[in-house]
Design a protein around this ligand. Sequence first.
Ligand SMILES: NC(=O)c1ccc[n+]([C@@H]2O[C@H](COP(=O)([O-])OP(=O)(O)OC[C@H]3O[C@@H](n4cnc5c(N)ncnc54)[C@H](OP(=O)(O)O)[C@@H]3O)[C@@H](O)[C@H]2O)c1
Length: 314
Amino acid sequence: MKQADLGLDLSAKRRRKREYLDEMERVVPWARLTTLVEPHCGAKGKASGVGRPPFALTTRGTELVRGSLAGWQSCFSSKTDADLTDFASSQRWDTTDSKWRLIMAHVLIIGASKGIGLETVRNALEAGHQVRALARSATSISLTHPQLEKVRGNALVREDVEAALQGVDVVIQTLGVGFTELFGPVHLFSDATRVLVAAMAARGVKRLICVTGFGAGDSRDSISALQRLPFHAVFGRAYADKSIQERLIKESTLDWTLVRPGVLTGGGRTGRYKALDQPSQWRNGIIARADVADFCVKQIGNLASVRKAYVLVS
Ligand SMILES: NC(=O)c1ccc[n+]([C@@H]2O[C@H](COP(=O)([O-])OP(=O)(O)OC[C@H]3O[C@@H](n4cnc5c(N)ncnc54)[C@H](OP(=O)(O)O)[C@@H]3O)[C@@H](O)[C@H]2O)c1
């Protein structure tokens, strides 16, 4: 007997139930599972003439498998079985230490033509992901790679964003405004995020990794007294908009991660930086764009960072 023989409405096609049951059979073979369950089946009940009859060992084991299967399926509630067939075949999972990690995904990077976005494109390709790079000047990206698709589009235009989400598993948003734009009204971050959250809901894409900045949202209170005045004078408008952006994301049903780098520098990836998720640790500092990209790409399959905000400094 195997997990897949339990009659759990398996379709003939190799869909998520079968994938899951085969994997479960590998991790906890049915024989081992029933050995674990048997002592808890109880000899009381009908056998002793009182109470409800005992559940058969197979029933108990099947219910256990059914329960864990339902938990697994709920992770993908927005995806249909057909989507999941594609999902499973387009991705590889690493389960070596019993933690599920996505090794290869189809990633949409919004704001991909320069800065953190371009570094993220580079890192994601290096990590083996399929990358769709969206920016108004995406065609100017000088990188070429068989797994890179450059898409010219505007993050404020719903049709552009919805089209770019086709077949995507994970979105990384790395939008930025030019220095001179900091001194006028800034709405890019909140407006683009409104468009993105609605488009992701419409397309059933759940995972969003978004770069905002140290000083956005509740990290504002961690700006030192010395930096507060110049920070607000220069970045005040942009960060007020980034705070709205963070609120929209937090209020959504997406599986989000907020990435708040300190002051950005150029240069290569060092891998030596701190990702601070506790408000008591939050402080300003410098960090290379390439290291921010490194962190973003590492969060693609890291479910532990879902619904968390990180301040990044070196
Ligand atoms: N500078 C700092 O010290 C610092 C510190 C912390 C956080 N941050 C934040 O980190 C983020 C990234 O910074 P960065 O310097 O890497 O950015 P950047 O070099 O200015 O790049 C911004 C990207 O956004 C794209 N973009 C802008 N408007 C767009 C639109 N409407 N549609 C599509 N793409 C659009 C740009 O591409 P196109 O122009 O081709 O569309 C570009 O690829 C920014 O939000 C920034 O505020 C900066």
